[in-house]
Design a binder for this molecule. Structure first.
Ligand SMILES: Nc1nc2c(ncn2[C@@H]2O[C@H](COP(=O)(O)OP(=O)(O)OP(=O)(O)O)[C@@H](O)[C@H]2O)c(=O)[nH]1
Ligand SMILES: [Mg+2]
Length: 441
């Protein structure tokens, strides 16, 4: 099974269904009241963290996800059904980024956690909504909003409590095998481990356990791409505790210094992690040599535990120390919380900040010799609002005029110096400006 920790997908939430333009029909009744129902909401695309998957591999081959659209509204006030949500199941530890903005869309750190990564569009309102004392038969309805469409990069950072880091061949996999039931490959050559492996370490006679991640060895220059590079450091960037595994027969002080330099080049906060040193293969040297090395390592200010993964020496002490030093989960999540992109406001028209450019474009002459004056309106959600009635623009224009007036557009145009007969440009649409205080929407 291929270990897969980065994957690009495309997600497309469902479009909102259009509202219906309909009038009640009954025998002997020439023209009934408006009875167009609302369109349904489009389905969301939701990322969900599930248990028991440790790779994004199962998503391979499925790169596009589309949620169903909301159904159209219908006559007799029948509302269109909402489109169903689509769930994408991923391993715990998956982060989703918007490929284009780079923003974090979701960061799932616990089983069952869910996050919408593309929102379905709102349904349009049916024509029955738009009746008023002056408008008893609205011949327009609102169209549905398109669903969000995104290119998303999924990145998996295994969520392990403990991360083993060290040079190749130091005995990381051997320690994992000795402390847990995991069965990693162990061999007397560098880069035996090619992808991260997780194991569960249990405390004797107690119902306590933690997970431990073994990652490929790191060498000096890894931050410049030497060896297997630093890409696997992603998987220890969110462990609660780091174990530096050193081979006592090599040069442990030098190796630890180089390891820390590489980790820090990847992410300086990694060195703030709670950490300890496992000085491994101690059975290969005399006890006083091992103690000497231990003293030399004191400069790093980390607890040092002497182990032999091969002979089973020091393993109980290592396990016990790990349980004792483990920081609380709350502290961990606080430190590692990613800043999520705020939920996007789909109903753009709720924002009414806008800008008016006087005579921005299209200055020409009209018949009476006066220059035609064009006011271009940007922002404020006006264009999106018009789009929602694009099929019925003529019939909806009076209604839209009223909405825009309430949002302050006419006042702003007036203040800017607009005069009767000027042209107002909103996106691709053009309207004539009229200075009439009494027209109501
Ligand atoms: N003598 C002795 N040999 C050990 C000890 N621990 C591991 N080894 C041996 O060292 C070699 C490398 O062990 P691994 O556990 O594969 O080392 P690793 O750090 O996972 O190596 P990479 O996956 O290549 O980074 C193997 O031959 C192990 O049997 C130990 O405590 N004593
Ligand atoms: Mg290994």
């Amino acid at each position: 099974m291929a270990f897969r920790d980065v994957l690009n997908i495309e997600v497309n939430a469902g479009n909102g269904g259009d509202g219906s333009m309909s009038f009640h029909r009954a025998k002997y009744m020439e023209k009934g009241g408006p009875d167009g129902g609302h369109g349904g909401k489009g389905g969301d695309i939701i990322l969900r963290a599930i248990e028991g998957v440790e790779s994004l591999e199962r998503l391979l081959g499925r790169r596009k996800f589309k949620a169903p659209n909301g159904a159209y509204g219908e006559g007799r006030l029948r509302q269109g059904a909402d489109g169903e949500d689509v769930f994408i199941d991923v391993p715990v530890g998956t982060t989703a980024f918007d490929e284009d903005s780079g923003r974090v869309l979701a960061d799932l750190v616990a089983v069952g956690q869910e996050k919408i990564i593309a929102r379905g569009g709102a349904g349009g309102r049916g024509n029955s909504t738009f009746t008023s004392s002056t408008r008893q038969a609205p011949r327009f309805a609102e169209l549905g909003v398109p669903g969000q469409k995104r290119r998303v990069r999924l990145e998996l950072r295994l969520i392990a409590d403990v991360g083993l880091v060290g040079y190749p061949n130091a005995g990381k996999s051997s320690l994992l095998a000795a402390l847990s039931r995991a069965n990693p490959m162990i061999a007397d050559y560098p880069f035996t481990t090619l992808s991260p492996i997780l194991g569960v370490v249990a405390r004797e006679n107690r119902d306590e356990r933690f997970t431990m991640a073994d990652i490929p060895g790191i060498i000096e220059g890894a931050s410049e791409g030497k060896g297997l590079g630093l890409e696997f450091l992603r998987h220890i960037s969110r462990t609660r505790l780091l174990v530096y595994v050193l081979d006592v027969t090599r040069n442990p002080v030098e190796e630890l210094r180089a390891l820390q330099a590489e980790l820090s080049a990847y992410d300086p906060t990694l060195l703030e992690n709670v950490a300890l040193v496992a000085l491994n293969k101690v059975e290969l040297v005399d006890a006083d040599i091992a103690s000497m090395v231990e003293d030399e390592l004191a400069e790093f200010g980390l607890p040092v535990l002497k182990t032999s993964a091969k002979e089973g020496q020091g393993l109980d002490a290592l396990r016990e120390t790990l349980f004792q030093m483990m920081p609380a989960f709350e502290l961990w999540t606080e430190r590692h919380a990613l800043e999520l992109e705020p939920d996007t406001v789909v109903e753009e028209s709720l924002r009414i900040e806008f800008r008016i450019d006087p005579a921005a474009r299209g200055v020409g002459l009209v018949s009476d010799g006066q220059p035609e004056r064009v006011w271009a309106v940007h922002g404020g959600g006006f264009e999106a609002r018009i789009t929602r009635f694009s099929r019925y623009l003529e019939d909806a224009s009076e209604y839209l005029g009223g909405v825009f007036r309430r949002q302050g557009l006419y006042n702003a145009l007036k203040r800017a110096g607009a005069r009767e007969g000027d042209t107002v440009e909103i996106g691709a649409h053009r309207f004539e400006y009229f200075d009439d205080e009494d027209v109501r929407g």
